[in-house]
Design a protein around this ligand. Structure first.
Ligand code: FMN
Length: 181
């Protein structure tokens, strides 16, 4: 069982990457690959750029990573209520190769921010559009006030409510995968 997980952010200190990695660690017995969006360097999308460049290798590689997974965990960073520009750009390029970017993979969507909103706006947007992009959404969890909920030393969520929600979401994902195997 392979889980591909990533934070939808290019911050070198991404709290969403940390959250995605922690959630993936809850998938006992799974092989886990954590992606770094910085590894998918790609120009700014425009239809003009697309005419010039076609299908950039980074977009195809991103799709290949999702293809290689049995299950996917994404944690969305929120910038001004929406996706980070870096994720949206990679996603836009990938969607031009295959609109089903998530290729019907069983998926958990997460989101976190330092504030009490817990990146709920971007999570709501991702959930609403999931059916259009081949996301087989198993669960969605927002973790509020990340720095209070997360213990940096152990790299784990210690807030009991958030932890229980994450465990439930990941178990839902892994149960689906075990049944499918
Ligand atoms: C341009 C910008 C806009 C932001 N907008 C929001 C926002 O709308 N809601 C929110 O909760 N946090 C917002 N933040 C704070 C982010 O949640 C915070 O930087 C977080 O660490 C981003 O996730 P990441 O560390 O995974 O990149 C914003 C940060 C930046 C730099």
């Amino acid at each position: 069982m392979k889980i591909v997980a990533f934070g939808a952010s290019t911050s070198s200190t991404s709290i969403n990457k940390s959250l995605a990695a922690f959630a993936a660690s809850l998938a006992k017995g799974a092989e886990v690959e954590i992606l770094d969006l910085n590894d998918f360097e790609i120009p700014l999308f425009s239809e003009d750029a697309e005419m010039k460049l076609g299908q950039p290798q980074a977009a195809q590689e991103f799709l290949n990573k999702i293809k290689s997974a049995d299950g996917v965990i994404v944690s969305f960073a929120e910038h001004n209520g929406s996706y980070t520009a870096a994720y949206k750009n990679l996603f836009d390029w990938a969607s031009r190769i295959d609109q089903k970017v998530y290729q019907d993979k069983p998926t958990v969507f997460l989101a976190t921010s330092p504030g009490a909103g817990g990146a709920g706006s971007v999570l709501a947007a991702a959930k609403a559009s999931a059916p259009f992009f081949g996301v087989d959404l198993k669960a969605a969890v927002s973790v509020k006030s990340f720095y209070q909920a997360f213990d940096a030393e152990t790299q784990s969520i210690t807030d009991p409510v958030a932890r229980a929600e994450l465990e439930s979401a990941v178990h839902h994902l892994t149960d689906t995968l075990r049944v499918a195997q």
